[in-house]
Design a protein around this ligand. Sequence first.
Ligand SMILES: *Cc1c(COP(=O)(O)O)cnc(C)c1O
Length: 404
Amino acid sequence: MKNRIYLDNNATTPTDPRVVETMVPYFFEKHGNAASRSHPYGWEAEEAVDYARENIAKLINANPKEIIFTSGATEGDNLALKGVFEMYSRKGNHIITATTEHKAVLDTCKKIEKMGGEVTYLEVDDKGLINLDELRAAIKDNTILVSIMYANNETGVIQPMKEISKICAEKGVLFFSDATQAVGKIPVDVVDLGIHIMAFTSHKMYGPKGIGALYVRRKRPRVKVTAQIDGGGHERGMRSGTLNVPAIVGFGKAAEIARLDMEEDTKRIMALRDKLENGLMQMEETYINGTTDSRMPHVTNISFKHVEGEGLMMTFNQTIAVSSGSACTSASLEPSYVLKALGLGDDLAHSSIRFSLGRFTTEEEVDRTVEMLTKGVQHMRDLSPIWEMYKEGVDLDSVEWTEH
Ligand SMILES: *Cc1c(COP(=O)(O)O)cnc(C)c1O
């Protein structure tokens, strides 16, 4: 346990102890329902929710009234996409997204297609970026929404948010972004960026799991989404259900810490990421996936040619927690659809590892990771007949492979 190294912060972050501390009273003496209007238990809970909402709004430069609590980003993505599809059905039924989106967006879009919607999936270039001219050309009279994620969970690639929002504003369509991997780690300003709807989640920013938020703009333009969970009319009628007060309190604290510590945290984490990346790139036939010009500061996704990512992970015997492909699809051994969308072949996609650092990553852990990975890759390549052929200068493209 003590020797373990956690470099899978894009899957989930550990909860910050300061967050847990603020949550505890809301399980015990302050256990009220925030919707109870007739006694101090309810008032106390409501006050705590208000304070959290303010902190979360402040982190993204929103108004607290524009924050709708959800169970996480998956629900936020569903509420945004299905909610807009229903609410704006008279205006049109066409949604534009990209092939490298999270499954929570892609699977929801597939469902919307079954419900009579029309979805365009934009491709990305070898850097992982969408093409703005293609986006502009894809917008039609019946287009109601553009859904492009802020930062990719597998590669950390950041899409040109401001340029996308400009195009959406010109054409009069709504702009939704799944900003789960960006919020709390880099400055995100919904006003400056011109984002209309935005989903994010607490457990990717050192808060508890099972709580998230959907930002829904109230002015210029006033945006509405049709509720996907009906009930007591909570959250301005857009998401019913008793609020998870302890989780919301924790989420609020996580947002406050993120805002206050972001600059320093980012500087330190980025230096560690760069150290890790530079260390690993010393090995030959090693490639960074996605652009390094527009990328999250804590992520690097690297392919070690002729090494199976899954096999490589076994060489360090569960000491280092990283991800090959995306955690959400790692139950299957399909190569990552995100990396394939960047144009990687099956071999390079299979040989990729995502390293995502975080607030609690230490330099000593980075050094140990470089050391263990270097040994692991060397070991795997020593055992590999393909690597041997490559070293002997065999043209691997001319070799006929047999299935096994
Ligand atoms: C983690 C993640 C999600 C899912 O968030 P949950 O809160 O776990 O539902 C959605 N989108 C992206 C980009 C993510 O990284």
